[in-house]
Design a protein around this ligand. Structure first.
Ligand SMILES: Nc1ncnc2c1ncn2[C@@H]1O[C@H](COP(=O)(O)OP(=O)(O)OP(=O)(O)O)[C@@H](O)[C@H]1O
Ligand SMILES: [Mg+2]
Length: 306
């Protein structure tokens, strides 16, 4: 449905997108996961014709998406990373102004406004000024603005940054509901938990490149080990650091070491025998199932929030 082929974008000396190819199918809840500056927003801006690529193409249902494309906005809704609302106006007035850009009939616009407000659970605040809203409520209204034209695809650029847990859940529920109705969702985030919870397809983007894509299972299958081993940092384990490095790659974090054992120490029994031999207390060892976080670490050598 949405096909990105060899997309490259430079801003002066910065290569924000480096030969990106990606396909998003109808009905997917597609997660675009990457750290600050990875190129997520830049990619979204191309999908909707806000930016002009240096090279490469984007097609939507086999039709080329061009820079400045007006038609595409009827089909693809966009929830920008920055909140774009008139603070002095009410929720309803904001929706009316933004909705009028789509040239809907008066009746259709009015119906869609109420539907959108209901979906983001702000119908009872319809006539309140936006400046009186909490951060989470503004985020929700920002979302409502993006669906007034009944889009087929919704681009959401980090819609939960800085929101309280209640609004975050409301946003999740709303997006899941829209997805169930058949709307394709493309969702950028640097929260692994969100990507794991919401998305049925994922792409990991780093330094303007797609480093992996597929379902969560596909991505977890790229790991040799399906378990993560962490060792709590204490004076005792710090003194064992060199010994751990002899059998594993040791990633150092504030309170923990995370170890990726070498090939000859892949079996748990071999590892635990070694831990015992070097005198590492078992209560300082934590074993957990591998997660998307581990996939990211494995592919990029970094944590997403480093
Ligand atoms: N208009 C611009 N002019 C110059 N450089 C830009 C511009 N927009 C983005 N960049 C650069 O392109 C790179 C990718 O930025 P982008 O905003 O797409 O990242 P992002 O993945 O959305 O990051 P974040 O998670 O912080 O929102 C960054 O190095 C950024 O500084
Ligand atoms: Mg961004």
């Amino acid at each position: 449905m949405l096909k990105i082929e060899n997309l490259t974008k430079n801003f002066g000396k910065i290569t924000a997108l480096n030969n990106i190819s990606l396909e998003i199918n109808s009905g997917e809840f597609f997660g675009l996961l990457g750290p600050n500056g990875a190129g997520k927003t830049t990619l979204m801006n191309h999908l909707i014709g806000f930016l002009k690529a240096d090279s490469g193409t984007i097609t939507y249902n086999n039709k080329l998406v061009k820079f400045g494309d007006k038609q595409i906005k009827r089909k693809i809704g966009y929830v920008p990373q920055e909140i774009a609302l008139y603070q002095e106006l009410t929720a309803y007035q904001n929706l009316k102004i933004f909705g009028s850009l789509f040239k809907l009939s008066k009746k259709e616009l009015s119906t869609n406004i109420d539907k959108a407000l209901e979906l983001v659970q702000l119908l009872d605040r319809k006539n309140s000024a936006v400046k009186e809203f909490s951060g989470g409520m503004k985020r929700r209204l920002n979302l409502a603005v993006s669906i007034l034209q009944n889009p087929e695809v919704l681009l959401c650029d980090e819609p939960t940054v800085g929101v309280d847990p209640q609004s975050r859940n409301a946003i999740f529920e709303m997006l899941q509901q829209l997805n169930k109705q058949g709307i394709t969702i493309i969702y950028t985030t640097h929260y692994m938990e969100e990507a794991e919870r919401l998305c049925n397809k994922l792409a990991i983007i780093d330094n303007g490149q797609i480093v992996a894509s597929g379902s969560l299972t596909d991505l977890l299958n790229t790991l040799d080990r399906k378990k993560t081993i962490k060792i709590i940092k204490t004076a005792e384990t710090e003194s064992l650091y060199d010994k751990l490095c002899e059998i594993a790659v040791v990633n150092v974090f504030d309170f923990k070491y995370e170890i990726i054992p070498n090939n000859e120490f892949q079996k748990d029994s071999q590892l635990y025998t070694y831990f015992e031999k070097i005198g590492l207390s078992s209560n300082l060892i934590e074993v957990s199932s591998a997660s998307l976080e581990d996939v990211f670490l494995h592919l990029t050598g970094r944590r997403i929030r480093d």
